[in-house]
Design a protein around this ligand. Structure first.
Ligand SMILES: [Mg+2]
Length: 109
């Protein structure tokens, strides 16, 4: 089932999960999906800070991806459009590959 998993496939799997588990899938839920994505990113930062194992840190990062795909899936269904997440990723990757070294980072951090 997860073989050859793409962003698009994962987006549909998240839709299935959300439907089966009774989570909201309407426009009014969009902001909370973004909020939960931030929360999960915070959980990843906290796990890293506390020296938890990489499996745990990465699991929290995947939670972020779940909420991002959840958000995009809602936009798709409420706006009646198809969003090709694989294409979006590839186009953004190409854009970034064509940028100069360390684009957008003028100061050391
Ligand atoms: Mg989590």
């Amino acid at each position: 089932m997860t073989e050859g998993c793409t962003f698009n496939r994962a987006k549909e799997m998240v839709k299935q999960l959300v439907a089966e588990k009774g989570f909201p899938h309407d426009e009014s839920a969009l902001m909370q999906k973004l909020l939960w994505a931030f929360v999960e990113l915070g959980e990843a930062a906290d796990a890293y800070k506390k020296g938890m194992n990489w499996e745990k840190v990465n699991e929290e990062l995947i939670d972020v991806v779940f909420y991002i795909l959840d958000f995009i899936g809602i936009v798709e269904d409420t706006q009646g459009i198809q969003i090709d997440v694989d294409r979006l990723f590839l186009e953004k990757w190409k854009t970034n590959m064509n940028r100069p070294d360390r684009y957008g980072q003028r100061r050391g951090v």
